[in-house]
Write a protein of this length. Structure first.
Length: 384
């Protein structure tokens, strides 16, 4: 049903794009119109293929339609936004444009066509600029952000414990082993005490992506590497990754917690299954994740989605570490993300519970990031 809705939306949106970029700018029956129509159809089909097949096909094959399909999705996004913004001046200029004869009359190109071509040109320049810039950011090295977080119940002896937080790597047809190696190198250079992977590590099966994930075995920290599922693990067959990750030295936390003793001081590190995991009969349960805790110890909860914050507040969690949002990835998409998640990126505080949301170390879909560079966060625990 979800795929059907997405495809229906894409078809309708491409009809609008065809009207503004092709029909309004070319003569009926012309070669230019036929070429433009064919190009839009091909690009739409590539995008549908990338969305529908990207996680189930060998990345060596999927990359051939994922790259053009996802790049077009980003370009389409900015083309649509720009064209919609330009609808307002087009509305004011309708009377001016209507004074000219139609294109097929001998007087030449009409004002209406000039206006349409000008709008199309502006939209094309804007979209190309955003996508070109966004590719350079997305494919570049993640930034390393260092964030101190004061916890009310943290044992003073555990102060200074440094957690390397990553999320949303999205290994798949575009992101592969070299990006994992770069992330591991950046984390190890920080000499963290603990590594936390907050879900959406992969977009595909173990059989296709084991090699891309293999460098995770080289992560080095005092207390080890921990993982919780994101929604994309469930699209890819989550159980096979739960079974595979321990072979790389990564421990999944499945609605449970472990004790971390740092310099003699102990706190609980809890992990919860993804917020949408109930659809796969693997429901996330924050209460179960902290059951049996010592009420005197601080609790750090690893959760994929910020939407788990209310449950964390109810469970008296001190700190939530989350991802999922990508910081919006394609600005101004963060406005919608904030409505759906209640958070986008950075630090939040709700009563006695604090939350930090990372922008993610990779990207989903388009290899494009605008206004939301990829991020690795070093969270340093402190006392209040």
């Amino acid at each position: 049903m979800f795929i059907l809705l997405v495809v229906s939306f894409l078809v309708l949106a491409h009809l609008y794009m065809w009207k503004r970029l092709v029909a309004d700018t070319t003569a009926r029956g012309s070669t230019a119109r036929r070429t433009g129509t064919a190009a839009l159809v091909v690009l739409m089909l590539l995008t549908v293929a990338a969305l529908a097949l990207g996680t189930g096909v060998d990345p060596a094959i999927a990359q051939w339609f994922a790259w053009p399909g996802y790049l077009w999705l980003a370009a389409f996004f900015y083309l649509a936004i720009t064209l919609l913004v330009l609808e307002l001046p087009r509305l004011f200029l309708r009377r001016w444009a209507a004074k000219e004869p139609a294109d097929d009359e001998p007087s030449g190109v009409s004002r209406r066509t000039v206006l349409a071509r000008g709008s199309a040109a502006v939209a094309g320049v804007v979209a190309t600029g955003f996508v070109g810039y966004g590719v350079s950011v997305a494919m570049g090295s993640p930034t390393v952000t260092r964030v101190p977080m004061a916890l009310r119940r943290l044992d003073p002896r555990a102060e200074g414990c440094r957690i390397a937080l990553i999320s949303d790597v999205h290994l798949g047809p575009i992101i592969g082993r070299s990006h994992t190696e770069r992330i591991v190198e950046l984390i190890n250079a920080e000499r963290p005490d603990l590594v936390a992977i907050a879900g959406d590590l992969v977009d595909g099966e173990v059989a296709h992506l084991a090699e891309a994930a293999a460098p995770l075995a080289d992560l080095r920290s005092t207390h080890g590497t921990f993982f919780v599922t994101g929604n994309h693990e469930y699209y890819s067959g989550y159980q096979q990754w739960i079974d595979h990750l321990p072979s790389l030295g990564v421990r999944p936390l499945r609605n449970e917690h472990v004790d971390i003793t740092h310099n003699g001081g102990t706190f609980h590190l809890a992990g919860v299954n993804d917020h949408t995991a109930y659809q796969w009969q693997d429901e996330g349960d924050v209460a179960a994740a902290v059951r049996g805790r010592d009420p005197g110890n601080a609790v750090v909860l690893l959760a994929h989605q910020p939407r788990d914050l209310p449950s964390a507040v109810d469970a008296n969690v001190d700190l939530v570490l989350a991802g999922h949002t990508h910081g919006g990835q394609l600005s101004p998409f963060e406005l919608i993300v904030n409505l759906q998640q209640g958070a986008v990126a950075g630090s939040y505080e709700f009563g006695d519970t604090r939350m930090y949301v990372t922008r993610g170390a990779g990207f989903w879909g388009p290899p494009v990031r605008v206004g939301a560079p990829p991020d690795i966060t070093i969270v340093e625990l402190r006392t209040t």
